[in-house]
Design a protein around this ligand. Structure first.
Ligand SMILES: [Zn+2]
Ligand SMILES: [Zn+2]
Length: 364
């Protein structure tokens, strides 16, 4: 027994010594530093994500599962749909492009952005999506779809980035960064107003994208989107109060990605803000529940629509992941609905010709 203990102690001491020696060598040897850095870069740059755009099904990457409330682990709203060999960005919350970029996706394949509405947690990174896809070699101007008002949002971002584009063209040359592909183009989705109908936004190469109105009153327009491709379908709720129109539009879909607000926790926050004399925060916390949905609302909408897989995203308030699973999923148990909690980096795969829904982690 004594011998075993001695071997263990010597073993640990050896590992500590080797670790300390290695760290000391790294601190004092530029050659070793460069070698380690080169290995890190190799690991990042050699990552092949081309299978994400393979035309064998529908895929969704969650590049933002958070809300406007600060959260170290969750970026505001952002989703990327990989379908028909293209990448479609659904909402571009502040800072969200960096999440997608960290997956090493081919930015030049982003040709379309669909905005659910114009709250800042859904549009804050629109300028970056445009800039990075341009630098990534996009073949046409970025098409940005949204309700009436999208032309103002697009014009504003185009203007805000005008100097940046000038600087980059001057530096890298107009052959590399084609000036005509720099500014975004707005596409106004007409004919969808609160409580009325849906409209096909685009249909090509077997992919159909439909917009429909949801209930984020007084915010107008406020849309959700449905993607249908090769017999598989995914629906995004956007921001909404519990919505019958959403249940209708999501009928028979495979996956519903729905916003969620833990109402009891927001009430606790409001009470706490009041006690701590934070009247402006208290007012906002008081106002927000009436245009969002509880996790239970989302589960009931999924059940009404006959959608078997529900993913809660746009999570309010921010809580650590392990605790979030407890808080957000505690009241979602409904027969026939399998509920998941989104995280930044979540990949949802819907292979063509099956009913499977696979979840994995793209990292961040
Ligand atoms: Zn909103
Ligand atoms: Zn929002």
């Amino acid at each position: 027994m004594k011998t075993v203990r001695r071997i263990l102690v010597y073993g640990i001491a050896l590992v500590v010594l080797l670790g300390a020696g290695g760290y000391a060598a790294l601190c004092f040897s530029p050659a070793l530093q460069d070698r380690v850095f080169g290995m890190m870069v190799e690991q990042v740059m050699s990552r092949d994500t081309s299978s994400l755009t393979a035309e064998d099904g529908l895929r969704v990457g969650i590049c933002g599962s958070g809300s406007p409330m600060p959260d170290a682990n969750r970026t505001p709203a952002c989703n990327i749909v990989f379908a028909a060999g293209e990448m479609f960005v659904v909402d571009a919350g502040s800072g969200s492009w960096q999440r997608a970029a960290s997956w090493r996706v081919d930015a030049g394949r982003v040709g379309t952005v669909l905005l659910t509405h114009f709250h800042s947690d859904h549009i804050g990174d629109l300028g970056e999506v445009n800039l990075q896809s341009w630098v990534g070699g996009r073949a046409a101007p970025l098409a940005v779809y949204g309700g009436p008002g999208v032309e103002r949002v697009v014009a504003g971002f185009n203007e805000a980035y005008a100097m940046d584009r000038t600087h980059r063209i001057a530096h890298h040359g107009p052959e590399f960064l084609k000036p005509e592909l720099g500014p975004m183009e707005a596409h106004v989705i007409e004919g969808v107003t609160h409580g009325s109908g849906s409209v096909v936004v685009l249909e090509r190469n077997g992919l159909k994208i439909t917009a429909f109105a949801v209930d984020h009153q007084p915010i107008e327009p406020a849309f959700g989107y449905r993607f249908d491709y090769k017999g598989r379908s995914v629906v995004f709720s956007g921001d909404t109060h519990k919505s019958a129109a959403l249940a209708e539009a999501a009928k028979g879909a495979d996956v519903l990605i729905h916003e969620a607000m833990a109402m009891e926790e927001v009430a606790i926050m409001e009470e706490t803000a009041k006690r701590n004399k934070l009247p402006r925060f208290e007012k906002i916390l008081h106002d927000i529940p009436d245009y969002h949905s509880s996790p239970r609302d989302a589960a009931e909408t999924a059940a009404a629509a006959g959608v078997p897989t529900l993913v809660l995203s746009h999570l309010i308030p921010p809580v650590p992941g392990w605790f979030g699973r407890i808080l957000f999923l505690r009241d979602t148990g409904i027969d026939g609905v399998d509920t998941h909690l989104a995280f930044d980096g979540m990949l949802i795969e819907l292979p063509a010709g099956s009913k499977d829904v696979k979840f994995s982690d793209l990292g961040r």
